[in-house]
Ligand binder design. Structure first.
Ligand SMILES: Nc1ncnc2c1ncn2[C@@H]1O[C@H](COP(=O)(O)OP(=O)(O)OP(=O)(O)O)[C@@H](O)[C@H]1O
Length: 282
């Protein structure tokens, strides 16, 4: 637990981990002194934070402070980036996801990802859900899984009469809900979302936000967003990241402050958080 007097000049020697007033919640994911390098360049320094079950945690901060880098660590997507190296740990269900015996594909089944731009497969709406389930060995009633996943993603009523048409024929907002349906069909415990509404119009954004709000009853959600109103609307906890130059002059990201969302926006403890959430920088 962070001290309210902690000074960010401490350079994360004693970083915040749990948001305040959240001690009773169960920790699902835990970053422990997590640093990420691209080649020799430090991108993110020693992040320690707990992600709490059945909550929405927003990662906010100026461009380049490492939000996407961090969220990709939570399901080992950074493995797919050449030259990306991770130090420290990500603990999920008592195991370090970066341990030698961990299968990253299995990790991504439990910890799904929804990206900024909707990326449905060039297949039918039905197959967008069924394909992933099938290759992951699903043997149950596929029609039922497709319907349930689309229901859960608040898309069923709009697509139930055209399940055979291409997922690419849907609007941007519908495509993003299809991608969310595809992610939850695999029954993940955690859903990571990297700016899931930033390419959507306001009405589609509202429906995706409403969906996120509902999904947290069954899933744990971590979302990167540049939209601070969105963070206040949908998240329970907010982590503010910033970037600064190291001795070599290169900038790296670090966690400044992590707390309940209302505390971050109404009574932030760090000056840079205050400036960021009031729109004075970034
Ligand atoms: N694939 C990559 N290869 C090399 N460097 C990268 C790569 N991805 C990110 N970086 C660098 O890592 C740092 C953090 O980038 P990242 O995209 O994680 O920040 P961000 O906070 O998500 O930014 P934004 O808000 O602009 O999306 C930046 O300096 C960026 O240039």
């Amino acid at each position: 637990m962070r001290s309210r007097n902690q000074n960010e000049n401490h350079q994360n020697n004693n970083p915040p981990t749990k948001p305040k007033h959240a001690d009773l919640s169960e920790t699902v994911l835990q970053a422990k002194k997590l640093s990420v390098y691209y080649g020799e360049t430090l991108a993110l320094q020693e992040v320690s934070m707990d992600i709490l079950k059945n909550s929405v945690t927003a990662l906010i901060g100026p461009s380049g402070c490492g939000k996407s880098t961090l969220i990709r660590c939570f399901n080992r997507l950074n493995d797919l980036i050449d030259g990306c190296r991770v130090e420290g740990k990500v603990i999920y269900r008592g195991k370090d996801l970066y341990g030698s015996k961990i299968d990253p594909v299995a990790v991504r089944r439990r910890i799904g990802m929804v990206f900024q731009k909707p990326n449905p497969f060039p297949k039918s709406i039905y197959e967008n859900i069924a394909y992933g389930a099938r290759i992951n060995g699903f043997k149950g009633d596929m029609d039922e899984l497709v319907e349930r996943s689309l229901q859960r993603a608040a898309l069923w009523n709009e697509v139930k009469d055209k399940l055979k048409t291409s997922g690419l024929s849907l609007s941007g907002g519908q495509q993003q809900r299809l991608c969310i349906a595809r992610a939850i069909a695999l029954k993940p415990e955690v859903v990571l979302m990297d700016e899931p509404a930033s390419s959507l119009d306001p009405i589609s954004t509202e429906s995706v936000e409403e969906l996120i709000h509902q999904l947290k009853h069954d899933y744990t959600i971590v979302i990167v967003t540049h939209n601070m109103q969105q963070a206040t609307r949908i998240s329970d906890f907010t982590a503010f990241f910033n970037a600064k130059a190291g001795k070599n002059g290169k900038r790296f990201g670090y966690l400044v402050e992590y707390d309940k969302t209302e505390a971050i926006f109404e009574s932030p403890q760090e000056e840079s958080t205050k400036q960021y959430v009031s729109g004075r920088f970034g």
